[in-house]
Design a protein around this ligand. Structure first.
Ligand code: DX5
Ligand code: ZN
Length: 227
């Protein structure tokens, strides 16, 4: 059995002049958690938001705040993001020489802990950390920018991690991020993902935030029937 499907609108694609309003619309429109992309211009080419934006988002919604750290040395900044209101912190395996220690640090500070894999990083890289984490994020684009195309080959990695989770007897959340829309949602869920980050296909949708979330959820639920 797959854990419940959750949709995580990514504010990277929101209108920053109306951020509070866009977050409120994502909540009213059926989003389950708000995804916040933190980029440092070092691990990824782009620079985005810091704890101040997490604090502002915390005031705009009651939903969990899912903070995706695309930064080097995340351990230096984790306390600030949790103080700002992060419910979950995701760190990349590619930047953590002491990943277990970082996961402990996140838990001790009171947040859920997740680990992310870039497209080139194999599923086996998280085998030993799996019993300790709340969620795994499979990047389905190279991190750094919204609006990129989904990398199909990531479907097999999602399936592999779902199998690892079953073998452990642990109903792990598997999150996907990048190029998710009403078409790819069904595919990723059919391969074992259950938490879907969606930026452009929600905040850039001509049909509006609520209708796009509904369409993505319907597609995801139809994928669940195929697992
Ligand atoms: C990319 C970010 C994503 C981004 C996804 O590095 O981690 O969360 O917002 O955007 P879309 O859904 O437009 O691919
Ligand atoms: Zn992200």
């Amino acid at each position: 059995m797959l854990p419940a499907i959750r949709i995580a609108p990514s504010i990277l694609a929101a209108d920053f002049t109306r951020l509070g309003q866009h977050i409120a619309e994502a909540e009213a429109g059926g989003g389950d958690q708000i995804h916040i992309d933190v980029m440092d211009g070092r691990f990824v080419p782009n620079i985005t938001m810091g704890p101040l934006v997490v604090q502002a988002a915390r005031r705009a919604t009651a939903l969990p705040l899912d903070v995706h750290l695309m930064i080097v040395e995340p351990e230096r900044h984790i306390p600030a993001f949790i103080d700002a209101g992060a419910s979950n912190i995701t760190v990349h395996v590619e930047v953590c020489a002491h990943l277990h220690r970082v996961v402990q640090q996140i838990h001790q500070a009171g947040a859920a802990a997740s680990v992310a894999l870039n497209p080139h990083s194999p599923a086996c890289q998280i085998k030993e950390i799996l019993p300790f984490v709340d969620m795994v994020l499979v990047m389905t684009v190279n991190p750094g920018f919204g609006g990129q195309s989904f990398i199909d080959q990531m479907l097999l990695k999602i399936r592999e991690i779902r199998e690892m989770s079953r073998a452990l007897g642990k109903p792990l959340d598997i999150q996907v991020d990048g190029g998710i829309d009403a078409h790819t949602a069904q595919q990723v869920v059919a391969h074992g993902a259950n938490v879907l980050v969606v930026g452009t296909a929600v905040f850039g949708a001509a049909e509006g935030i609520q209708a796009s979330i509904a369409a993505i959820r319907a597609s995801a639920e139809s994928g669940k029937a195929k697992t």
